[in-house]
Design a protein around this ligand. Structure first.
Ligand SMILES: Cc1ncc(COP(=O)(O)O)c(C=O)c1O
Length: 477
């Protein structure tokens, strides 16, 4: 039997993710009881934590004395109850497809609260955004400017009152970050945005038909989980300098600068397994970058440049947008999973725990070998003095909680209490972002339920568990 730990575990978050009476509680709600009630695996979200994460961003805006327009990146998690919590917390939304636009409008975001990114928008998606009259369609190429103009013309045939579409131009200024390459989006080798050499001609093109388009902003997203302030500051400076140049060259003043998302989340609050990770992974996954630091540094650098260009009045007028996803929803979500099988491998001396949560629920664990800290929800105070190989249920050798390719991007073993047995409930922490939104029913595994815990200690089902019948939806035979 493992000894009990008496201090608060490093992964705990006061008043949210805690141990009470030797049980894992999420806003006072017992995690294991939730599994007993709703089944396993189970996503558990916390409305108070979503709100607290948003308040932290709003406080960062207050610290720089600027009204910032926060547009929650709904790709991180677009469950309707999550969207409602974000809406109720008083911020706006970023969407990346017609589907996310539809969900945003359905839950009640007003068109002026919505911005729309995407590299490959269809005519129908653009029509939906133009028809709704959203705050900004962020165009990703010069070609796409034409598509938006065509959409306005097309819609005016049935509704002559269709307003000019508001558009921002997304740039790709060659700014690297210390995140995974697949999460870096401001490199010239990435698929996103308009190159610096094309920026001026792109804006000139966008300004050609003011009756069709209103060019309102400029956008750079440097990438997700960006651990340092410098890429944000460089992106802001780049946009600011383009804004001044565009104003000088064309007389047109942009209304907003959009610094994208990417505020990192500390996935290694409990760093007890971090010694097994390479240093760059540790620094990226364990980043603790305050949003206020990002905003202060971006504005400081832009102010220097504005002073030199005698354009401070312009800087004071612009609206700043941020598109936070992960930093709002990641640590507000926990994935509870049950050990279903156990085996020992005498040849290697390993004990294997087989859970019911595979990479079909946490795609990043496979795509990026993303680290989610694993604890026992049944025995959260027990010392983690045993090492296990942990794997999910999918019929794929890659469905494991370690780096099958032996590149060391995940710990080889997970540390849990001794004597874990089938039936024990485990919890994967920080699992709220890019999980539910990316899950898929591989191997005919019905997608799990999700609950939202409220501030008053109650919880609501916010996604019902799929049935076998759901697996047939869409098939024709
Ligand atoms: C354009 C854009 N904005 C915002 C985000 C959200 O990033 P994050 O979840 O890291 O805040 C993303 C995701 O990478 C993105 O592609």
């Amino acid at each position: 039997m493992s000894a009990l730990v008496t201090t608060a575990p490093a992964w705990s978050i006061p008043d949210y993710l805690e141990v009470r009476n030797d049980r894992l509680v999420i806003n006072s709600v017992d995690a294991v009881s939730l599994v007993a009630q709703h089944g396993s695996p189970l996503f558990v979200f916390s409305e108070p934590r979503i709100r607290a994460n948003i308040v932290r961003l709003q406080q960062a805006a207050a610290a720089v004395e600027r009204p910032i327009k926060f547009c929650y990146a709904s790709k991180a998690n677009s469950n309707m109850s999550v969207l409602r919590a974000v809406l109720d917390a008083g911020i706006d939304i970023e969407v990346n497809s017609g589907g996310e636009l539809y969900k945003a409008l359905r839950i009640g975001f007003r068109p002026e609260q919505i911005i729309f990114n995407g590299t490959s928008k269809t005519d129908d998606e653009i029509d939906d955004a133009v028809r709704a009259g959203i705050y900004s369609i962020n165009v990703d190429s010069i070609y796409e400017i034409e598509l938006v103009e065509e959409s306005v013309r097309r819609l005016r045939q049935s509704n002559p009152n269709t307003s000019p579409a508001r558009v921002a131009l997304r740039l790709v200024p060659e700014i690297g970050t210390r995140s995974h390459l697949g999460l870096q989006t401001a490199l010239l080798t990435s698929k996103f945005g308009i190159s610096s050499s094309d920026v001026l001609s792109a804006f000139r093109r966008g300004l050609q038909h003011p009756d069709l388009l209103h060019v309102c902003g400029i956008h750079i997203h440097v990438g997700s989980q960006t651990p340092d302030v410098e890429p944000f500051a460089a992106a802001f400076k780049s946009m600011w300098e383009h804004l001044v140049a565009i104003q000088r060259e064309t007389g047109h003043t942009l209304e907003h600068i959009n610094l994208g998302g990417g505020i990192p989340v500390n996935y290694l609050r409990d760093s007890s397994q971090a010694d097994q990770l390479p240093e760059h992974e540790r620094e990226m996954l364990g980043a603790d970058l305050e949003p206020s630091v990002v905003l202060k540094e971006a504005l400081r650098i832009a102010r220097e440049s504005a002073r030199a260009a005698a354009a401070e009045h312009l800087l004071d007028q612009i609206t700043i947008l941020l598109e936070p996803g992960r930093s709002i929803i990641s640590d507000a979500g926990t994935l509870l999973t049950t050990v279903r099988n156990i085996k020992s491998r005498p040849e290697t001396g390993d004990v294997w725990l087989l859970t019911d949560a595979g990479y079909n629920l946490l795609l990043s664990m496979n795509n990026y070998k993303w680290y989610y800290h694993l604890i026992s929800a049944s025995r959260p105070t027990c010392q983690t003095d045993a090492e296990y190989k942990v794997a999910g249920p999918l019929c794929d050798s890659g469905d494991v909680y370690f780096d099958i390719e032996r590149e060391g991007r995940l710990p080889d073993y997970r540390r849990l209490p001794t004597d874990v047995k089938p039936g024990e409930v485990l919890a994967l922490l920080n699992a709220g972002a890019y999980s539910l939104a990316q899950m898929f029913p591989y191997n005919g595994r019905p997608l799990p339920a999700a609950v939202m815990v409220r501030g008053d200690g109650t919880s609501d089902l916010i996604r019902r568990r799929d049935t076998y019948e759901d697996l047939l939806q869409g098939d024709i035979w």
